[in-house]
Design a protein around this ligand. Structure first.
Ligand code: LLP
Length: 410
């Protein structure tokens, strides 16, 4: 929902230059209607199949965004007690909260049980024991699935592949049936389904389908042993178009391929994160200084790697564009931050118009894993977040202050 109106780049109806004036930079800006559109595409694709769409809230855990998604029927995919807490506060129905993660602590397990979440995605035999014990002490039954590692290796950055053999994630494929047989003997767990998540920013459906086919074999073997698996949780992972021309499958194409793999009576859970919020959020930044050094051009901005770590951590590409149309000559330049590390960049060797000092740029598609992965490194307070709906821009997180940096210090 970014488009130029005359000379001004707008998010929905609001000029980004007005947001910069009102809230300052750097700042994260989100389009409410893009989030709704992205979520509705999943909901429509799931149709009457049964099951639900759980927003992977690790991608963006701002309370206003969570509340928006809870309000339009989303469930939540969580990975910590803190995420469960945020989701409950934001109004998610606990019966639509799923909880994955290789290292759930006893406190987190207890909190999840107390909160009556829908189910745990269990990732090891020892975690099964822990959940069974804690549920026993609390005199409740824990609803569980196993996260199975299907040994599928999607084509994406190696740090965000999770379904490959040899990663820490899930129950090893060869132990999957044994896990279910072990769980069947436990008194305090109820088996409801099966889960797999193979990675993130995946741009083709083939690895999802391969994973589903491998999971189906486990479902058949488990059900032969008298254990019914009601829910198939296909995880998240669908990519988005970071670079112009990147072909991205949509949720309906994904589901069209996956549903026929399983028997008709199955219900489905999907855990999209990036494909819900990624292209709905952008980071608005200001050019502080310009310089040429060693024959290279640099735009030094007010956003650092602490605000957006993806370019340096995953060599991720985010398109960067000026927020005003200009006839200024384009030059090859590096968009960098103020932090004393060579990895502190938003984009390298980009053809950008030579904008004036004080001008603004937009680092696009940073809604997912942008603010959520930001830190106070270099004692830089966390950025404000703004949600735009039509012609209204509302602050949903205020800019942190220097005082906030000392919060909790003794
Ligand atoms: N479900 C589980 C169990 C996950 O581990 C993840 C993401 C998701 C769902 C959501 O995946 P998505 O639909 O967003 O691809 N920080 C990295 C991405 C890490 C993904 C971790 N797991 C990045 O900035 O690219």
């Amino acid at each position: 929902m970014l488009r130029f109106k005359k000379n001004d780049l707008c998010i929905e109806q609001v000029k980004l230059s007005d947001i910069a004036k009102q809230y300052g930079t750097s700042a994260y800006i989100y389009s409410k209607n893009q989030i709704i559109k992205n979520f509705e595409a999943y909901k429509k694709a799931l149709g009457s199949k049964g099951g639900f769409i759980c927003f992977a809230c690790k991608t963006n855990s701002n309370g206003a965004i969570l509340k928006l998604l809870a309000g339009i029927g989303a469930g939540a995919d969580t990975t910590s007690g803190g995420e469960i807490y945020r989701c409950l506060k934001a109004g998610f129905n606990p019966s639509k909260i799923v909880y994955a993660g290789v290292g759930k602590t006893s406190e987190e397990i207890e909190y999840a049980l107390k909160s009556k979440i829908f189910m745990f995605n269990i990732e090891s035999f020892e975690e099964l024991d822990a959940i069974d014990n804690i549920a026993g002490k609390m005199k409740v039954k824990a609803k569980i699935s196993f996260r199975i590692n299907p040994y599928v290796n999607p084509d994406t950055h190696s740090y965000i592949v999770t379904g490959r053999k040899g990663t820490k994630f899930g129950i090893p494929y060869e132990d999957a049936v044994k896990a279910y047989l072990t769980a069947k003997k436990k008194k305090n767990v109820a088996i409801v389904g099966i889960h797999s998540h193979i990675g993130s920013q995946i741009l083709n459906i083939a690895p999802f389908k391969l994973a589903a086919q491998k999971i189906k074999k486990i479902v058949d073997a488990v059900e032969k042993n008298g254990i019914k698996l009601e829910y198939i949780n296909c995880g998240g992972g669908l990519g988005i178009e970071y670079e112009e021309g990147q072909k991205v499958p949509d949720p309906s194409q994904l589901m069209l391929e996956l549903f026929p793999v399983f028997d008709k009576d199955k219900k489905f859970i999907f855990e999209p994160g990036r494909s819900i919020i990624g292209n709905a959020g952008h980071m608005l930044i200001k050019i502080l200084y310009r310089k040429i050094s060693g024959g290279k051009s640099f735009l030094i901005t007010d956003a650092g790697m602490n605000d957006l770590i993806r370019p340096t951590l995953y060599e991720a590409y985010h398109e960067i564009m000026p927020i005003k149309k200009t006839n200024a000559k384009k030059v090859k330049t590096n968009v960098v931050g103020p932090i004393c590390e060579s990895g502190d960049f938003m984009g390298k060797d980009r053809m950008l118009p030579m904008i004036e000092q004080g001008g603004h740029l937009l680092v696009t598609c940073t809604g997912a894993y942008g603010a959520a992965m930001s830190s106070e490194y270099n004692s830089r307070p966390l950025l404000p977040e703004v949600l735009v709906d039509g012609n209204k821009a509302v602050l949903i997180r205020k800019r942190a202050s220097y005082k906030d940096l000392l919060l909790n210090e003794i």
